[in-house]
Design a protein around this ligand. Structure first.
Ligand code: PMP
Length: 315
């Protein structure tokens, strides 16, 4: 099946969506992006895009910080995405990647006096971390970049060198994921996930002032915990050693969904097994993202009008 991208304001075969080697964003990391999951519901023959417009609202805020002007609203970007996802017609979980970037083919580090552009592609995407067994994490030797260096609340491509350094260090040392501390030593987040702990029955997660990306999954989990599990959720600075004594820990993100953390720095988290609250949140979240929970249908945008046969199947 052919794959399509949205590139230079039109839908084109993916193989034709190419940027030149002088592109500013490629040379200097001057782009903002999002990761959006499409969750396949086989029973309904439907692809549900999770919190689509919220992702585009965040993208436009990132663009504002990076002085990228797009000729689209969040609503228009959502419509383009639905159209592209429908054209690609996958029948498995997908990842949607929009990028707004400095597209001028010119040399010179700056944000001003440059052209901006936008592209979008879709790719099949299974589980990122093992959400059943849970992840083994380490505290990274790399610190989370600070708001006054590159603002982490903006999802800037160049910023992800920080995450890539931490992720590969963790992986080479036999861990599944890295947890980064802020400059002053508070827990910030994973390389591509927000982090939560259960401490004395409360759910605790670092605040945005500790240089996190304010995750859309993080927000969903906070709402689920409060509204469905009647838990107290506290956003406050979290010490490294609180991770060691937590009863439960999990990570949230578009790629990771809700992934339990069962070990940190070679210390088991709680019993070392997936915690009860983590499992409950996982279950509720899992149903919501596949469009199985009517109460949260506002979070799920269906991308396919009706079930058709000629769709991109796995393998
Ligand atoms: N932190 C970082 C650094 C990330 O890259 C991501 C993934 N976008 C997250 C947190 C989680 O954000 P979200 O739930 O919006 O995917």
């Amino acid at each position: 099946m052919p794959q399509f991208a949205f590139f230079k304001k039109q839908f084109v075969p993916l193989s034709e969506a190419r940027v030149g080697i002088m592109t500013h964003a490629l040379n200097y990391g001057t782009a903002c992006f999002e990761g959006i999951r499409g969750n396949w519901n086989g029973d309904q023959g439907q692809m549900y895009l999770f919190r689509l417009e919220d992702h585009y609202r965040r993208l436009l805020k990132s663009c504002h910080i990076l002085k990228i002007r797009l000729p689209y609203t969040a609503d228009q970007l959502s419509q383009i995405t639905v159209e592209l996802v429908a054209k690609n017609a996958y029948e498995e979980d997908i990842y949607v990647r929009p990028i707004a970037y400095k597209s001028s083919e010119t040399v010179g580090v700056r944000l001003h006096n440059l052209e901006d552009d936008f592209f979008l592609f879709v790719t099949p995407f299974g589980p990122y971390l093992d959400a059943d067994k849970g992840a083994k994490c380490c505290i990274s030797s790399w610190r989370r970049i600070d708001d006054n260096m590159i603002p982490p609340r903006a999802k800037v491509t160049g910023l992800y060198v920080n995450s890539a350094l931490a992720k590969t260090e963790a992986w080479e040392n036999g861990y599944d994921e890295a947890i980064l501390l802020s400059q002053d030593g508070h827990v910030s987040e994973g390389s591509g996930e927000n982090i939560f702990v259960v401490l004395d029955g409360n759910l605790v997660t670092p605040p945005s002032s500790d240089n996190i990306l304010k995750g859309i999954t993080r927000d969903a989990v906070i709402q689920i915990a409060r509204n469905e599990l009647s838990l107290d959720v506290v956003e406050r600075p979290l010490d490294r050693s609180e991770l060691y004594i937590a009863d439960e820990c999990f990570m949230t993100g578009t790629a990771a969904n809700v992934t339990p953390v069962v070990e940190i720095d070679r210390r088991s988290v709680g019993s070392g097994k997936v915690g009860k609250i983590t499992r409950q949140i996982q279950r509720v979240y899992h149903d919501i993202i596949r469009g199985k929970d009517a109460k949260y249908s506002r979070w799920c945008t269906p991308a396919y009008p009706t079930k058709t046969k000629a769709r991109n199947k796995k393998g």
